[in-house]
Design a protein around this ligand. Structure first.
Ligand SMILES: [Fe+2]
Ligand SMILES: [Fe+2]
Length: 147
């Protein structure tokens, strides 16, 4: 992978992961159910781990860390490539699932392009699996409480 492409990808992942941290923190502040409070706080921590990974990777590669500007939902709209409607729990929940799906899709593509860098590939696969679990929790919440 070319240096320029790697820089672009790392920045993109960094922003997406930051967004997921914000998303789960926002969900945590809303949730009353004890199980989901635990789930959201756990997922926020895992997403923070992902953010830190990209921060460190960018620092090692001498890539400038992008500034996350705009509201959570504006960034979400940009990343998901559509305007995200966020009134009400149904849409909020759908956003969480959409973000996880997007992350999984991006990780799969990045993994395919990272065959030479075994360590990076290995780390990315770990993150992909994390996102798969998150999506399951988000879908469970959607089915139980919202749908
Ligand atoms: Fe993540
Ligand atoms: Fe996630």
């Amino acid at each position: 992978m070319e240096k320029k492409e790697l820089a672009y990808k790392l920045k993109e992942f960094y922003l997406l992961e930051k967004l997921q941290v914000d998303y789960y923190k926002a969900q945590l502040s809303e949730a009353k159910d004890k199980y989901y409070r635990k789930a959201f706080s756990k997922m926020a921590k895992i997403e923070e781990g992902h953010v830190n990974f990209f921060v460190q990777k960018m620092a090692r590669e001498n890539i400038q860390i992008p500034e996350a500007f705009g509201s959570l939902f504006k960034i979400a709209g940009r990343i998901l490539g559509e305007s995200v409607e966020l009134t009400g729990p149904v849409n909020t929940c759908k956003l969480g699932i959409a973000l996880e799906k997007k992350a999984m899709e991006m990780y799969r593509m990045f993994i395919m392009k990272s065959w030479v860098d075994q360590q990076l590939r290995n780390d990315l696969m770990d993150f992909l699996i994390d996102e798969e679990f998150h999506k399951l929790v988000d879908e469970k919440l959607f089915e139980e409480f919202v749908y």
